[in-house]
Ligand binder design. Structure first.
Ligand SMILES: [Zn+2]
Length: 233
């Protein structure tokens, strides 16, 4: 399996697995892992090598490429709007009674890091972003990225996605860097209006239809900044 660990800065690592990223932030008394990848990596053991502190798990959202090793952790924190989506395709070895709620505006206070929860539905019903105001960083999940943005199937809603991007765009004076789960990183807020334009062009029928990268019930619509995988009803 293609993977690697990058130490980005003091107390901050990225664990990369076949095109999906997990983030580890070490605080003063505990560390936070964001997402657990496809499940091919022993993420829990890997985090234990990077930090001696207890690690708790947060999911940006619960698609299968973000929850593959949730089973190796105790509680898993996510927005309540995401719980149904998680339950509908519960990863092997996971149980709903391990799920804990994270609400809009909650602060995940690690001491060194303080992340604020922002609800950004659209890609999934309860996708969240995490904003670190002091270090001016935004963890964006799958919603802001320059790769292929999955926007088809149950739980996806393009209008909600656009609304979430507008909400984050309005907060863009609070962060300098964006850390997405897929595509290149770090990104800047300049990408947000480009994705919004892409969404508008998609819905107006101005983007050309291509086949998806592998067989899926959608088409691919590329624009200059990223691409949508989308299915017109
Ligand atoms: Zn993903």
């Amino acid at each position: 399996m293609d993977h690697h660990i990058t130490k980005v800065s003091e107390h901050f690592w990225i664990i990369e697995e076949n095109g999906v990223r997990s983030f580890l932030f070490e605080g003063d008394e505990r560390a936070m892992l964001i997402d657990t990848g496809f499940g091919t990596l022993p993420v829990r053991e890997m985090t234990a090598e990077l930090t001696d502190l207890p690690v708790f798990l947060v999911n940006t959202h619960t698609d299968k490429d973000h929850t593959g090793r949730n089973r190796d952790f105790g509680p898993v924190y996510m927005h309540p709007a995401e719980m149904e989506h998680y339950k509908n395709a519960l990863p092997e070895g996971c149980a709903m009674d391990a799920v804990r709620p994270l609400w809009e505006g909650d602060i995940l206070d690690l001491g060194f890091w303080k992340f604020e929860v922002i609800l950004t539905p659209g890609h999934t019903p309860g996708s969240i972003m995490l904003l670190e105001r002091q270090r001016r960083m935004l963890i964006s999940g799958d919603t802001i990225q320059d790769g292929e943005i999955f926007m088809f199937g149950a739980g996806c809603n393009m209008q909600a996605f656009q609304e979430s991007l507008r909400k984050i765009e309005a907060m863009s004076d609070a962060f300098d860097s964006i850390w997405p789960s897929h595509g290149s990183y770090p990104l800047t807020a300049e990408l947000i209006p480009k994705i919004l334009q892409g969404a508008e062009d998609l819905l107006a029928g101005r983007l050309s239809e291509q086949e998806p990268p592998w067989p899926m019930p959608c088409k691919k619509y590329a624009f200059d900044a990223a691409a949508f995988l989308y299915h017109f009803e």
